[in-house]
Design a binder for this molecule. Sequence first.
Ligand SMILES: [Mn+2]
Length: 433
Amino acid sequence: MPEFAQRRARLMRLLGRDSAAIFVSGGEANRNGDVDHPFRQDSTFYYLTGFEEPEAVAILRPGHAEPFVLFVRPFDAAQAIWVGPRAGVEGAVADFGADAAYPIGELEQRLPGLLSSASTLYFPFGAHPETEALVSRALASRRAAAPRGMRPIEAVRDPLPFADALRLIKSAAEVRDLQRAIDITGAGLVAAMGATHPGMHEYEAEAVLEAEYRRLGSPRNGFPTIAAAGVHSCTLHYTANRAVIEDGDLLLLDTGAEWDYYGADVTRTFPANGRFTRAQRDVYDIVFAAQAAGIARVRPGVEFHSVHNAALRVLVEGLIDLRILRGTPESNIERETYRPYFMHGTSHWLGLDVHDAGVYRANGRSTRLQPGMVLTVEPGLYLAPDAPRVPKRLQGIGIRIEDDILVTPSGRRNLSGRIPSRPEDLEAIVGQG
Ligand SMILES: [Mn+2]
């Protein structure tokens, strides 16, 4: 069975018979005037359908003779001339495996009939106001018909946690896509390192990186590239990328190409002139060791948060060695005195979304790692000039190192481990391209 059909079948088994689930595509977003942002399908909608157009609704009906129904924009000859052809109703059946397909304009009229045998309705209320109005009307008409013997809808539930649970465990095909995205990202990072020299702008490094992504077949990034030189490296989600890279600056690149909707998320920090200063190297070595400690924790059965705790311990010991913190590692961790210098989590799930679907904690317990999960391990230290007790020589140093780790039955595989991160390897590459 093709991958998308397999996912729908698995989800429908979780939802149970006598149910219907409604999923809504992403919508177009205006940028300015009559220009829209580039459209990229909603990740869960893509995961279940492979369908890449906006204004679509998928209905899954477990156990039904026509379990997969798609509503799509109809084919339109005039539209095809301006922006290219749409799949249309025929394509939805022929190319996307729908058991039945209708124009999106018929959703309101057809929805009550399509839901008529369902006693549990799955719909993500609160996310799609226009479709929600139609769903509410269908619910109301079922309630009104109940006294005359129509089976009522007894439960309304959110389908997203079920889809998220599936998305959290990656199939072999998904891991291959992620690996491809990561390999392309690695090639981009190495190209950007090679091209970097003091005097160029942050956006020039970004352009070199992304030219390589496009050259290698990635149509877009998973998120806006962070290209942060010097003190900008202390700003976690800096994306202005407009400053000149000065001699003596570090350059932090946090970036990821997409491959078939799966996105990498890799960070490398390196000296723009090809040589770490002593101060930069002191901080780099701490973050590098913290990352290694975090990665080493990854294996099945381990709590998600213990990866963070392993990395955090090394960072705090390092901050004590740098004389920024005083006292024991335990007391500093207890009082969270490290927060001005390390203010984010160490890991997030990775997949179709850069911060991928799936829970980190439920019922007060940290999620236990399982084979097929992919998480980042990305500790950092950010010694902003205005942060407390940062000695002059360390001010403005921000370093993050991020890799993408697959949990395997026997432990872990660092999917981005071939992308250089050892300081001596970085020094050998930077400026040599
Ligand atoms: Mn990340």
